[in-house]
Ligand binder design. Structure first.
Ligand SMILES: [Zn+2]
Ligand SMILES: [Zn+2]
Length: 223
């Protein structure tokens, strides 16, 4: 004798399968409708607060933001929130935060105090650099960043840091500069740094570090 469940079970499985397919199709149609909706409306540029009046369709806005001239750099001072063009940030750091502004040229060494916040401005091209200083174990970790807009053209910079200590020791490192607009803050920064031990002879508050920044030849950044 055949039970009712034996008859209905295959049918109910098939019905469940059809329902699942229909539900999935409905979900996909819903997603597609939302996408279509998004592509049909216009958006303001993310740099509206920095003076950009562009108001474009979704996909056009993506293209625009890759070359928007109002793309800002952000202040490295925690919780400041200032955003502006490179030269505006330089002026902001000097006037509001009293940072030293050191003018330099690529390939030429210059000295800066280790424990005084400063920004380095390239005399010829206006790019801004800064040594990020953080505590790391029993010393201070120093690494270089270039503060530039997220959509700036690709450039690669390298840098060297040298520090003489007590006349008998010399610390030295060479690495690639981390390019960042600081939109999301300095965060964890880079893993490569010059570690200046606290107990290094001559490493008192007045110590200086010798800096040299180089610009890689055109095309090197994309290799
Ligand atoms: Zn824009
Ligand atoms: Zn600031």
């Amino acid at each position: 004798m055949v039970s009712l469940s034996q008859i209905t079970s295959p049918c109910s499985c098939f019905t469940k399968y059809i329902l699942a397919v229909l539900q999935r199709t409905r979900h996909l149609l819903e997603v597609l409708r939302q996408e279509e909706f998004l592509y049909g409306i216009s958006f303001s540029c993310r740099n509206e607060q920095n003076g950009c009046n562009a108001f474009l369709l979704h996909d056009q806005m993506r293209v625009h933001e890759q070359s928007c001239h109002h793309e800002p750099c952000f202040c490295p001072v925690p919780r400041c929130g200032f955003a502006g063009k490179t030269y505006e940030l330089e002026s902001h750091l000097a006037t509001l935060h009293r940072w030293d502004v050191v003018k330099f040229r690529y390939g030429e060494s210059f000295e800066v105090p280790v424990h005084k916040p400063a920004v380095f401005c390239c005399e010829d091209f206006g790019e801004l650099f800064h040594i990020v200083s953080s505590r790391e174990g029993y010393g201070t970790a120093l690494s270089m960043i270039c503060i530039r807009p997220d959509n700036a053209c690709q450039e690669e910079f390298t840098y060297e840091l040298k520090m003489l200590a007590g006349g008998r020791h010399r610390l030295q490192m060479q690495s690639t500069v981390w390019n960042t607009s600081l939109r999301y803050g300095i965060g964890e920064g880079t893993d490569v740094f010059l570690l200046v031990p606290d107990k290094l002879p001559g490493n008192e508050s007045g110590s200086v570090v010798e800096v040299c920044i180089n610009k890689a030849p055109a095309g090197a950044a994309s290799q």
